[in-house]
Write a protein that binds this ligand. Structure first.
Ligand code: DGL
Length: 264
């Protein structure tokens, strides 16, 4: 059985590549909802419904044992309902995990933490709630950074710099210990963000957090790990195919990547 990875679009390929590098033996299937991206400004109901459709596809058509919601917006707005309603009723033995809680666990190790994410993720307050559940003493400050995803998707990394400076301003000179990058696309800006924030503020990036957490999860759950097939394969599925989808897939997952079009 495979490991499924779902994202609203293609940004999740960045964390997928890091997971695959850390655990190359398994079979991966990535599903990017390129037809309906972005999810960042959508309602709870819509994010839940879109995520449910994707998870259903990955379980039924791709025989996934476990699915990672690489999308922070889906992790913030849909994961709990997926686990409590959908999974319980349809696939009680299989697993759906998000990227938000492992990131919150990293944040909970510090005293004063900043989080950046889409408008939807920030408005859900899920990062703050999850960090506080783990450690009440952490002071958490959030900043929505809505312009970053469209700029990355358009390949405009350089144009993003003034936005990064504007968004990160609130974390400068206020004795923050760490800033978490709470969105699939932000690892792209990791070194730029590190430069802006300086050496004293730790940048918590999901392409570093998630592979480590998943490895530990499999070590704690051998009953799941032993069901996973190990043929080193990776398949990329998308819900809309354009030149830009091809270009970004190859840029973020390797130049031989060939996304396949599916219908949810
Ligand atoms: N994947 C989304 C996230 O991590 C970013 C893109 C979107 O808004 O859909 O929050």
């Amino acid at each position: 059985m495979k490991i499924g990875i779902f994202d609203s679009g293609l940004g999740g390929l960045i964390v997928t590549r890091a997971i695959r590098k850390a655990m190359p033996l398994y079979d991966y299937v990535y599903l990017g909802d390129t037809k309906r991206v972005p999810y960042g400004n959508r309602s709870y109901e819509t994010v839940f419904e879109f995520t449910r459709q994707a998870v259903d596809y990955l379980f039924k058509k791709e025989n996934c044992e476990i699915i990672i919601l690489a999308c922070n917006t889906a992790s913030a707005r849909a994961l709990r309902r997926i686990q409590q309603e959908y999974l319980l009723k349809n696939f009680p033995k299989r697993k759906v995990l998000g990227v938000l809680i492992p990131t919150a666990e990293e944040c909970a190790k510090y005293k004063k933490v900043g989080v950046i994410g889409t408008a939807g993720t920030v408005a859900s307050n899920t990062f703050v709630d999850e960090i506080k559940k783990l450690n009440k003493k952490v002071a958490v400050f959030q900043e929505p950074t809505p312009m970053l995803v469209p700029l990355v998707e358009e390949g405009e990394k350089v144009l993003a710099k003034p936005f990064l400076l504007k968004y990160l301003k609130s974390f400068l000179n206020k004795k923050f210990d760490a800033v978490a990058l709470g969105c699939t696309h932000y690892p792209i800006f990791k070194s730029e963000i590190r430069k802006i924030l300086g050496k004293k503020i730790k940048v918590l990036s999901q392409d570093e957090i998630i592979p480590k957490e998943l490895k530990e999860y499999f070590a704690r759950h051998p009953e799941i790990e032993k069901k996973l097939s190990k043929n080193k394969s990776a398949k990329i599925l998308v819900t809309d195919m354009t030149k830009n989808v091809m270009k970004l897939t190859q840029k973020w997952f390797g130049k031989n990547s060939k996304p396949e079009l599916i219908k949810l």
